[in-house]
Design a protein around this ligand. Structure first.
Ligand code: ZN
Length: 328
């Protein structure tokens, strides 16, 4: 009887052990499965929103605005998705001061009332003389002069904004000097003056966007000796960083209609200053290359439209004549 009970007990123990082992094995399998699924789950999770992002994007493209309204705020994956694939907005260049990119020359004059449309700011003093520019570019010229000084270069602004009235006075005086000093006729003197002094409205100085820069090393407009100075070397390297280009380069006289002026710098914004420099073109050529001016150099259209300030300037052609339309 006792023997049978022992046998029964043994069998019970074996069954119990088997159940225990089975339970442990099942538990191990369960844990292993749990670990495996937990390892692969995050990837699945990452995939899911991505595919739903694609859906959101396509919904955006098809223009279902009601759904977009609810989808966009929760779609946190949109930003990284957008950074991976270029969105339509991304390739747009970061253009600063696009308003300043327009042509002022003998065939693209400023309107008569331009003086009344711009605000000027004094940026440099030399004795009693004060030099001002369009107030919008004052911070750029101030920084350029200050940074040059830090590099041991003393830039001296020798001419900046000129009113239309002063430009006329300046022109007339130059004509008279040629008649008096060189014995030229009025017509000769007028034609000769045109090569060096612009008529009112066709000078960038009238727009407040140009500065003539010299230095203590060489303070003279009589010839192009300034090009041999450290100041000129510094400007050649750095002016574009502040939005300025050398406006009348050597060997471009036939296109600009102006002699080589190593001192005359024109503000066009940092973006375009670099673009024009990279192109190796003068501003007239750059406008023609961009399709903003015809072969005759007359600006027909401005295609840049970013960062416009209230005094928006659009150059176009009207009735065969070059005009600058200012949208205030
Ligand atoms: Zn100048």
């Amino acid at each position: 009887m006792a023997n049978r009970r022992r046998k029964k007990n043994n069998r019970n123990r074996i069954i119990l052990n088997c159940t225990k082992y089975l339970f442990i094995i099942t538990l191990i399998i369960f844990v292993v499965v749990l670990i495996i699924t937990s390892i692969f789950k995050p990837e699945d999770k990452q995939d899911e929103p991505q595919s739903s992002d694609t859906k959101i994007t396509s919904q955006e493209n098809t223009g279902s605005s009601a759904e977009n309204g609810t989808d966009l705020p929760s779609g946190t994956g949109i930003a990284p998705d957008a950074s991976d694939s270029p969105s339509p907005a991304e390739p747009a260049p970061d253009i600063d001061n696009a308003w300043a990119m327009f042509l002022v020359n003998s065939v693209n004059p400023l309107p008569d009332n331009y003086d009344s449309l711009i605000e000027t700011e004094v940026v440099f003093k030399n004795g009693d003389r004060e030099f001002s520019v369009d107030a919008r570019i004052a911070p750029y010229i101030n920084k350029m002069v200050a940074d040059a000084k830090d590099d041991g270069i003393d830039l001296a602004i020798a001419s900046a904004y000129r009113s239309m009235e002063y430009q006329q006075f300046n022109f007339d005086r130059s004509v008279q000097q040629r008649i008096n000093d060189r014995g030229m006729t009025y017509d000769e003197a007028y034609a000769d003056t045109l090569k060096e002094v612009a008529l009112p409205g066709v000078s960038e100085h009238n727009a407040g966007l140009a500065v003539d820069i010299l230095s203590g090393e060489y303070y003279s407009f009589d010839d192009d000796g300034f090009k041999n100075t450290k100041a000129y070397a510094w400007l050649s390297e750095h002016a574009a960083e502040y939005g300025f280009i050398l406006r009348y380069p050597e060997s471009k006289e036939d296109i600009t209609g102006i002699i080589y002026e190593p001192w005359h710098y024109r503000f066009v914004g940092i973006y375009y200053a670099n673009k024009v420099n990279e192109s190796g073109l003068c501003l007239e050529e750059y406008f023609i290359e961009q399709g903003w001016a015809g072969a005759d150099g007359v600006a027909t259209e401005m295609t840049v439209s970013q960062s416009r300030t209230p005094a928006e300037i659009v150059v176009n052609e009207s009735d065969g004549e070059a005009q600058v339309n200012i949208i205030v």
